[in-house]
Design a protein around this ligand. Sequence first.
Ligand code: NAD
Length: 384
Amino acid sequence: MDQSELRNSRRKFIQALGLASVGLSTVSLFSGFNIFDSYTEEESVKRVQREKANGKLGIALVGLGGYAGGQLAPALYHTSNCYLAGIVTGTPEKAEKWKKQYGIPSANIYDYSSYEKIKSNPDIDIIYVVLPNSMHAEYVIKAAEAGKHVICEKPMAITVADCDKMIAACKKAKRNLGVGYRLNYDPYNLEMARLGQNNVYGKLTKLSAGYGFNAQKGIWRLDKTMAGGGPLMDVGIYCIQAFCYVTGQVPIAVTAQEGPKTDPERFPTVEQSLTWQFEMPSGLKAEGQASYSEGFNFLKAEAERGTFEIGPAFNYNGMRGKTTEGTLTFPTVNQQARQMDDFSLSLMKGRLSRVPGEMGRRDVMLLQSIYEAMRSGQRIAIKG
Ligand code: NAD
């Protein structure tokens, strides 16, 4: 067995253990034992050739932060229709590390000043933008102009005007735009949508959802210029999505209240917490809450003949759920792998993504309506 074969068999062994998807922290338990690969340039080039020959589409991740490194890159070990072909990073040390760890040829590594050159790279079919929220618009538009299909992380942008520009750029380039809405591929959330949209327990009478965690001081998420807002933009968006997919409707009006700032030093520019109430076209009330200082994570539906709920509702895994009739149990899936595979398949089949740019725009419009209601203290009619 030569070096390359040895690495391949070790890689398969790691994947079989499922360790490739759990991230570096768990892997570091094996201290002193470098179980991750160290690809040579030649092996990286061969890897890309092999993936292409298998008919997979090449993805380039832009912004190698917590989500790209902790979830998306490991998920790309588990995809059937796409693979990690390239990276865009402003940090040379990260480029070096990722190159060796994931087998990325030097020609597929870009920094922000060489980003546009990705246009002439046939290995890259899809650009996945995983940057802070305020940077999404610029990098999605440039990706479309480079002739690439694009996946953009949530929230799609920080203004509706930016969403419009992103959608227009993709339309003009005849390229597809999808949003990183992984929960549209999660069996627990899909079941909530099925139960709600089909009135399985009768007409819905109340819907509530909340997502909050304790955010660390000083991160870009707490800077309004970078994030566009506080916990509503970051995690409240999951509740907004859930209200839409559980009802199959888009809200028509909203009221909202900012929570007290018990830690004003930590939150100089964004809300610490927020609650809001949507009116759905059916008359149903949907109550949401988002926080950067308290932990919660739930989605609950009440209907004429029963209730159904999940909690945690919005995690990467470990979801639990129950209905009036008993426990909900579904197999663990890799949400991100499913999401990226489905986007790739939509390109192969010439259909729209299940989570297109238009959906991302709708949600940014809803986020902005909530902020308008919060600031004005008024009931805001949602215009669409
Ligand atoms: P992060 O802070 O961990 O990573 C951000 C990356 O952007 C870093 O690599 C950083 O170096 C890079 N960057 C480039 N220019 C920057 C600048 N001017 N300021 C700050 N960082 C800069 O953030 P993250 O958690 O990976 O989030 C990135 C995006 O992914 C966000 O839009 C977030 O909402 C989204 N996200 C989605 C999910 C999900 O489940 N779908 C989960 C986490 C994050």
